[in-house]
Design a protein around this ligand. Structure first.
Ligand code: HEM
Length: 425
């Protein structure tokens, strides 16, 4: 791997501290972030939304109206240490989560988090999940991937614009510090959950550029400074996301919850940046029409709140496969819309875990079926069959550059049932 010598910027420093974790990282990160006053949450949490995943109202909105993801992320998968959860353990977990909510305001300036549970977790109970919950075990979603199919019991997703906030929250959850932002922790996960792993990452203009010295990204600093993600383009335009309502479970005991897919994707961007020119990248990320018309400037900030890959683009896909010999990622995805919008809400972020460029692809949907249907459209099977230029992974959106290493599915319950739920709470 090429190592470049350059002074370590604040953005790169905070990213590395989040990746390392631990008490020393918390204080180093706090110093680098200028010891900001991070607002606390209220004493009375009764005004908090029933949906754990209702983050959008607490996130920043860009000048043009896009909901902006928090900058720093931590995913902590856990295994439950007991046999079947007891009321005491449930109380301990709930008290831990409430302590986080008292400690930090529920916003990008404070802390946003969700806690969710896997099919493997629910398998320990005699009862089954209700029909209103679509939560199969994870599986491979293309013929050319062999991901590790995870069976951790639960996962917590912590997110904040401050690296030290997600790190300190992790320490407090694990019982390594008794106070958080000046508030006492009423409990911790110690003795109930074992942390199985830690996955870290970031999203936001400038952060990928500052952290591109990793495997999977070619020399020459190709990741542009204005890009919030490694591949050089913005993602998650507000009009190209499912609404929080669309992904919320409507009926049954888990109404107000959602389902979550968490995959770990490795990126190999040599060919993306070296073999391809910008026009080809635009064609493969968006669609050939966008490339031909020069619709995307820079990372795509000029597009506003909509990638402008519309139904017409989606309908033209067979013709584009024949005419241009390549089809776009968004173009394929746009075929799975309902009432003009996608059916999944993406909350993915980039990562340099293990010294490799990657994506932790976190998405929310009413049922896992909605994710599978969307992901299967990404395979472009019809065009692979009908157009000789379109191969399983080549000229087929961004599939050539991404490698799915892990997949996991979770039920993300409403707040009321977020602590060790039974299948019939
Ligand atoms: C390396 C990983 C990925 C990157 C860098 C990426 C990037 C992008 C970008 C730049 C767009 C266009 C802008 C936008 O609409 O937000 C987009 C659209 C989209 N992507 Fe991805 N994506 C990735 C993986 C995935 C995966 C695994 C899925 C799920 C199956 C997915 C689902 C979607 C959907 C649903 C859209 C919007 C389609 C529409 O407008 O109807 N993406 N992606």
């Amino acid at each position: 791997m090429a190592r470049k010598t350059r002074g370590i910027s604040r953005r790169a420093f905070v990213k590395s501290a989040v990746a390392i974790g631990g008490a020393a990282a918390v204080s180093a990160c706090l110093d680098r972030e200028g010891n900001p006053d991070v607002p606390s949450g209220p004493d009375d949490l009764s005004s908090y939304p029933t949906r754990q995943h209702a983050w959008n109202d607490s996130l920043m909105t860009s000048d043009v109206g896009n909901v902006m993801a928090p900058k720093h992320h931590l995913l902590l998968p856990f295994n439950y240490t007991g046999d079947t959860p007891t009321p005491d353990e449930r109380e301990t977990v709930e008290k831990t989560l409430q302590s986080l909510e008292h400690a930090y305001e529920r916003s990008h300036n404070g802390l946003l988090f969700t806690m969710s549970y896997s099919p493997a977790y629910f398998d320990r109970f005699d009862e089954s999940l209700p029909d209103s919950v679509d939560l199969p075990h994870p599986k491979a979603l293309s013929s050319f991937e062999e991901p590790e199919l995870e069976d951790y019991d639960a996962i917590i997703h912590l997110a904040s614009d401050y690296g030290h906030v997600v790190l300190a929250a992790e320490e407090a959850i694990m019982g390594k510090q008794d106070t958080l932002n000046g508030h006492e922790m009423a409990a911790s996960f110690e003795g109930t959950f074992e942390k199985a792993e830690r996955r870290t990452g970031f999203v936001g203009e400038g952060i990928p550029a500052a952290n591109q010295d990793v495997d999977g990204i070619p020399d020459g600093d190709p990741v542009p400074e204005d890009s919030p993600l490694f591949m050089g383009f913005m993602s998650g335009f507000s009009d190209n996301q499912a609404t929080e309502d669309r992904v919320t479970i409507q009926d049954g005991p888990f109404a107000g919850g959602t389902t979550q897919h968490v995959s770990r994707i490795r990126l190999r961007l040599d060919d993306w940046y070296v073999e391809q020119n910008r026009e080809e990248r635009v064609a493969e990320m968006f669609c050939p029409f966008h490339a031909e018309e020069g619709l995307v400037e820079g990372a795509g900030h000029n597009l506003g709140t909509d990638s402008q890959v519309d139904g017409e683009c989606a309908d033209r896909i067979d013709e584009d496969a024949r005419t241009y010999g390549r089809i776009g990622h968004s173009q394929k995805m746009a075929s799975v819309r309902e009432n003009g919008k996608p059916i999944i809400l993406r909350r993915d972020f980039d990562s340099t875990d293990g010294g490799e460029a990657g994506v932790h692809f976190v998405s929310l949907h009413r049922g896992i079926g909605d994710f599978e249907k969307t992901r299967e459209a990404m395979n472009g099977e019809k065009q692979v069959k009908e157009s000789p230029a379109i191969k399983q992974k080549v000229n087929n959106g961004i599939l050539e550059y991404m490698f799915v290493k892990h997949r996991a599915n979770y039920l993300l319950p409403p707040r009321a049932h977020r602590a060790l739920p039974t299948p019939a709470p």
